[in-house]
Design a protein around this ligand. Structure first.
Ligand code: KG4
Ligand code: ZN
Length: 362
């Protein structure tokens, strides 16, 4: 079963061919980082125009890399939600056109749910996979965490396609908070990976600054990062004078101070996530089968400190940790095609009335 996945929800134009929901035959990503760097964030109109220019070459490249023809495909999958509406529309239009002209099923995939699937993909071919790789991952129920530039949420999954949202951010997404923190510290775009790198430099002290770790109400499985971000802002620039003017900026930070601030910010941000994961595991209903694995996805799952903390939690609680390879942490179409396999198998296909939607399904 070969599925072509298409992804265009934000600033990556991507197409991939995945075999049997698991084995990546090709995974092509045209990043728009250069296009948006000068604005330090994604400009929606520029993004949708770039998607329109790139979508067909990217699909062609994905088929070429997979050594597949359009005729070999069994279904066309597309991330139709959530995301920037103009960007999503490009992928949805391309997928509908392919589905209609080839007379192949169309599968609509929620981009955030697909992030949870990315750790289950394999870059080996189906022929080279060992016996343990041939069967499907069945360590469900699982606790899922998506941490990206646009989304931060916890899920309970009973299968790849059966999931319930337990909580999510009430303000900034974790990646967005990292990117804004990096801007406050004067680091280049994209900020998250640069802040992570700086926080790992020798001598950077994660306890140098006592930044707030958001807990929200005692039962809450939601996240909040705006207080942490503001706290960093004031630490770097001082309190604003009337009119919102700051007396200083990152250029007045002494040597080593920038790295201490980065490490301390990263520590607080990651601890806030750890706290909610532990809370979700502690509150898992005793009457139900216990969680067997942690499924992680989204751009921030590349973060070194988060990965280390997740490994610690998984070992302490005897959970299987499923982390995507670094290349699959970012937005990609392999995760779309992979999850689509299960949706298709469950009969959850779409038709030509499929809409692009800015919000997630749950
Ligand atoms: O999943 P993704 O590619 O796009 C969205 O769907 O949003 O995630 C991109 C986000 C950006 O905010 C980026 O700064 C962040 O992931 N990111 C990181 C790291 N690598 C990427 N944040 C912290 N540490 C990293 N190592
Ligand atoms: Zn994403």
């Amino acid at each position: 079963m070969l599925i072509l996945g298409i992804e265009s929800s934000c600033d990556e134009t991507a197409a991939a061919v995945v075999e049997s929901g698991r084995f990546i035959r090709s995974n092509v990503i045209a990043s728009q980082n250069d296009l948006h760097a000068e604005f330090r964030g994604v400009v929606p109109e520029l993004a949708s125009r770039a998607h329109a220019e790139r979508i067909l070459p990217v699909v062609r490249a994905a088929l070429h890399d997979a050594r597949a023809t359009l005729g070999d495909l069994n279904a066309i999958a597309v991330g139709n939600r959530p995301g920037l509406i103009g960007s999503l529309l490009v992928g949805v239009a391309a997928a509908k056109a392919l589905s209609w002209s080839l007379d192949k099923p169309l599968v609509a995939v929620d981009h955030v749910h697909a992030h949870l699937y990315s750790g289950l993909l394999r870059s080996t071919s189906v022929h080279d996979a060992g016996p343990s790789e041939q069967g499907f991952f069945d360590d469900f129920p699982a606790l899922g965490l998506v941490v990206s530039g646009g989304h931060t949420a916890l899920y309970r999954l009973d299968s790849p396609t059966t999931l319930r949202r337990l909580g999510g951010t009430i303000d900034d997404a974790l990646g967005e908070a990292f990117d804004k923190a990096a801007t406050i510290l004067g680091l280049p775009y994209p900020g998250g990976p640069n802040l992570d790198r700086l926080a790992q430099t020798a001598g950077a002290n994660p306890r140098a600054h006592d930044f707030p770790i958001s807990r929200l109400s005692p039962d809450s499985l939601d996240f909040s990062f705006s207080g942490l971000k503001t706290s960093l802002l004031y630490r770097v620039r001082g309190l604003p004078a009337p009119g919102g003017v700051f007396a200083r900026d990152h250029t007045s930070l002494a040597d080593g101070e920038q790295a201490d601030l980065a490490a301390s910010f990263q520590h607080a941000a990651v601890q806030a996530v750890v706290l909610k994961i532990e809370r979700a595991l502690d509150r898992w209903p005793a009457s139900e089968p216990p969680p067997r694995s942690l499924l992680i996805g989204g751009g921030v799952s590349a973060n070194s400190r988060l990965r280390a903390e997740l490994a610690r939690i998984a070992a302490a609680r005897r959970l299987r940790l499923v982390l995507p390879a670094p290349a699959l942490c970012v937005d990609n179409a392999a995760m779309i095609a992979g999850l689509a396999f299960h949706l298709h198998a469950a009969g959850l296909t779409a038709d030509l009335h499929l809409q692009a939607m800015p919000t997630t399904a749950c």
